[in-house]
Design a protein around this ligand. Structure first.
Ligand code: NAP
Length: 280
C-alpha cells in the first residue's frame, strides 16, 4: 500500500478552505496570517517557505513572508519574533530551520508564543505534547501520524524504530509514536549495529538526512516504511530509505516525493487554521 501524502494533503486543504471562510466571516473580513521567517539565502529553505506561502493562499489564509539577511543576529531575530507575537492578525509563526550559525536557534524558537507555535518547535510545546497534553505538534511528525491514522495502520504494541533524533523531527516523532502506544527505539549517529535494530521494526521512520541511507535489505518483510528525507538525485528525488524493492518488502510505504513532504505543509496550515479559530 502506498501512503499517499499528496492526495491526503489535498483533501485536508479542501476541508480547511471552508473553515478559513468561517473565520473571515466572523472577523468581518479580517484574514488571519501565517508569518514565515526566512533568514539567509539557502535555496532549499527559500523553496520550502515559498511552498508554505502558496499553501496559505490556496486555503484563503494570508501569508506574511519575513526575509532577513544571513548576517542577522539573535537579538535582531528575537525582535522580529516579538513584533509578530504582538501582531493580532498573525496567528501562526514559522521560523524556517536551519538558521545561520551565529543565531541561537533554540532561543529564537522558544521566543515564539505558544498560541502561535503552529510548527510545534517550542520547548514548552514539545514538553506538553510529550505529556499527552494539548499543544501543536511539530509539523512533520504530526503529519506522519495523520497519514498513518488515515490509512488505519495499526500502531498499538508495534515496534517503531526512528532513525534520527533532531528536535523538530526524530524526538517528537518518537514521543508521538509512544503516545500512540508503540514500543519505540530511537537511533542516531552513535547507535551500534543499526541494521540489526532496524530488522526488528514493524514501523521504520527514516529521519537521517542521508540519501538512501537505510537499505531495503535491512527491513523486516511486511514493515511499514516512513521516509521523511528528500534529496535531489539524477533529476529525480530520493529519501533516506533506499527505493529499490521497497514496494516488495513493505506492507505500506510513503513515496518520495508525494509522501511526508505534502503532509508537513498541510499540517502546518491545519494548525494555523486551528490557532485562528481559537483566537477569533
Ligand atoms: P538533522 O537535524 O540533520 O538530524 C539528523 C539525525 O540523523 C541526527 O539525529 C543524527 O544523529 C542522525 N544520523 C546522522 N547520521 C547517522 C548515522 N550514520 N546513523 C544513524 N543516525 C544518523 O536532520 P532533520 O532536520 O531531523 O531532518 C532529517 C531528514 O528529514 C532530512 O532528510 C530532511 O531533509 C528531512 N526533513 C523533511 C521534512 C519534510 O517536510 N518532509 C521536514 C524536516 C526534515 P546525531 O543526533 O547523533 O547527530
Amino acid at each position: 500500500m502506498i501512503l499517499d501524502g499528496k492526495s491526503l494533503a489535498a483533501q485536508i486543504e479542501q476541508e480547511l478552505k471552508g473553515r478559513v471562510q468561517a473565520v473571515v466571516q466572523k472577523t468581518g473580513g479580517k484574514v488571519p496570517a501565517l508569518a514565515t521567517i526566512l533568514v539567509g539565502d539557502d535555496l532549499s529553505s527559500a523553496t520550502y517557505v515559498k511552498m508554505k506561502g502558496n499553501a496559505c493562499k490556496r486555503v484563503g489564509l494570508e501569508s506574511l513572508p519575513v526575509l532577513l539577511p544571513a548576517s542577522t543576529t539573535t537579538e535582531e531575530l528575537l525582535g522580529k519574533i516579538k513584533e509578530l507575537n504582538e501582531n493580532p492578525l498573525v496567528r501562526g509563526i514559522l521560523l524556517q530551520h536551519p538558521v545561520p550559525k551565529q543565531i541561537d536557534e533554540r532561543k529564537c524558537f522558544d521566543a515564539i508564543s505558544l498560541e502561535k507555535d503552529v510548527d510545534g518547535v517550542t520547548s514548552l510545546g514539545f514538553g506538553l505534547m510529550s505529556m499527552g497534553e494539548k499543544a501543536y505538534g511539530s509539523a512533520t511528525p504530526k503529519g506522519i501520524i495523520s497519514l498513518l491514522e488515515h490509512y488505519k495502520i495499526p500502531l498499538e504494541g508495534k515496534h517503531a524504530v526512528v532513525v534520527g533524533r533532531s528536535a523538530i523531527l526524530g524526538k517528537p516523532m518518537a514521543a508521538m509514536l509512544l503516545n500512540k502506544n508503540c514500543t519505540v527505539t530511537i537511533c542516531h549517529s552513535k547507535t551500534q549495529n543499526l541494521p540489526h535494530i532496524i530488522e526488528q521494526a514493524d514501523i521504520i521512520v527514516g529521519a537521517v538526512g542521508i540519501p538512501e541511507f537505510i537499505k531495503t535489505q535491512w527491513l523486516k518483510n511486511g514493515a511499514v516504511a516512513i521516509d521523511a528525507g528528500y534529496h535531489n538525485k539524477d533529476g529525480g528525488a530520493v529519501g533516506d530509505i533506499q527505493k529499490e524493492s521497497l514496494s516488495d518488502k513493505c506492507s505500506a510505504y510513503t513515496p518520495v516525493p508525494g509522501g511526508v513532504g505534502p503532509m508537513t505543509i498541510a499540517t502546518l496550515i491545519q494548525q494555523t487554521v486551528e490557532a485562528s479559530e481559537m483566537f477569533f
